[in-house]
Design a protein around this ligand. Sequence first.
Ligand code: KMH
Ligand code: ZN
Length: 277
Amino acid sequence: MTTPTLITVAPTGAESRKADIRILPVTLDEIVATAKECEVVGASVVHVHIRDDDGLPTLDLDRLRETVAALRAETSLIVQLSTGGAVTDNEADRLRVIEAEPEMASCSMGTVNFGDDVFLNRWEFIVELHRRMRDAAVVPEYEIFDLGQLTTLVRLLDKHGLPAGGHVHVDFVMGVPGGMPGTVEALVACRQALRELPDDTTYSATGIGRSTIPVLLASLASGGHLRVGMEDVTTYAKGQPVTGNGQLVARAVAFSRLAQRPPTTPDEARQLLGIRS
Ligand code: KMH
Ligand code: ZN
């Protein structure tokens, strides 16, 4: 039996500037338009960071609610809000993201150097986020930036129980300067460490920048799923800027089909992830 591929698109992120990358989707209309395109091409989850009127990252709750509503109205995608936000966001604002009632949200499993910055995720914060997500029936995607963060996830689930829906899904974010490298070896190490988690745990992987293709191929070959998008990479090939998120999703779909692992529909992805539709 073939395992289909769940493709998540992360269209915007918090790090790139609209002034530098004109096609980066930052307004509500731009985010909805890119999400619609990516759904047609084969994505089933959209990982969402939003921006303010100046194009800067924000966790404004009204704006998050409006974004969730618009994406629900215009697409069938699973809306996964980022609780990671930007490195400058405080814990209270990050916890409040859950109040926008997405089907899914990211939940990072540890502190990591993030380029010249620090992406702070204290243990107490992680526990509180996990608890609030479960109380609100929001399904987490556990973001793993380094191998040891899988040990933190094992500890979290042992001490505080399974997430909403009962299924564990992790995303390996590889190649962040300060985190694990985006290599086949690192992905294999992460995959082996999954043995400590429930048997049906699923994983996706994304490689930042140049590591995008090796990580994509390694994840597909090892039974994992994919995350792609302009949050993680803005160059399609050497000297060739990305033309849009749809281009990255199309490449992921093509590789998935070559691997005989066609993309899931959003509803198949909901079933896989334990999301009640
Ligand atoms: N922007 C990064 C500091 C997430 O979305 O949950 C954190 C991040 C992780 O992107
Ligand atoms: Zn993110």
